[in-house]
Design a protein around this ligand. Sequence first.
Ligand SMILES: Nc1ncnc2c1ncn2[C@@H]1O[C@H](COP(=O)(O)OP(=O)(O)OP(=O)(O)O)[C@@H](O)[C@H]1O
Ligand SMILES: [Mg+2]
Length: 288
Amino acid sequence: MTTTATEPLLSAEGVTVRFGGLTALDDVGIRAVPGTVTGLIGPNGAGKTTLFNVLSGVLRPTAGTVTWKGAPPPGRRPHHLARAGIARTFQGLNLFPMMTVLDNVVVGADRLAAGGPLSLLTGLGRHHRDERELRSRAMAALERFGAAEHAHQLPATLPYGVQKQVALARACVGEPEALLLDEPASGLSGGQIDALADQIRDFGRDMAVVLVEHHMDLVMRVCDHIVVLNFGRVISTGTPAQIQADPLVAQAYLGTSDDGAADPAPTAAPAPAADSAPDPDPGNGAAR
Ligand SMILES: Nc1ncnc2c1ncn2[C@@H]1O[C@H](COP(=O)(O)OP(=O)(O)OP(=O)(O)O)[C@@H](O)[C@H]1O
Ligand SMILES: [Mg+2]
């Protein structure tokens, strides 16, 4: 089935996820359309990362369906979906600490290796040639994301902002068609967030991008469409202007956080962030 620019490339419908007695997602839908950036926002614990985990095959929902190019995805596991063309970044960096920056990015290029035109052409020598080709693609990605000079260093030796760019390079090196970004601006300075906004708009020219972010200024600047979650339910959808004007959304952002302080509401200015700040949520594992 072919898709047009207004048809979703990746979508979820009626997705419910329960963890024991907790309903993390309740009948949630989202559509990621090529050439657009879809924001997925909501207070802490609303279910944003859980929905990314469903869309990327990390979690099987209790109910509901995920659709890729108008059909069921070609497999349910993360590597099936990655190979199909769905890439993600993680809340927290999730780079492999004992691998060089270059090797981290090579991992993301894997979907271009076996089974593509390259393997058809190269036959028995495929592994060496694949490896060379993937490394050269990974280097090109690092150049694009301004981190080529750090290719042979370990991630932890680099400033946080550079590590974030390496994570983006790893997600983009496989030339995905859908890109899920989980809090790409966390820990970045204002100037770095401005540069990130340009990058996200650039990704959104061709790809179907879904952006989870708490920096509302960034969300409002780059998103074409926004879905708002609260306690696992979609409470609002619309353009940035519609979301900013929705009293239900403002209400959701007031008085919902554990410490009594509200998350930044959608109309608020972006939260200040320190340059090269440590990951504010380093405890999150691979799927969070
Ligand atoms: N593996 C899990 N087991 C049990 N509960 C979980 C699991 N993953 C998430 N949850 C719970 O599901 C709810 C949604 O969590 P999720 O991480 O999706 O929220 P979020 O919107 O990404 O929040 P944040 O903005 O803080 O990242 C939370 O109550 C969380 O504690
Ligand atoms: Mg999250």
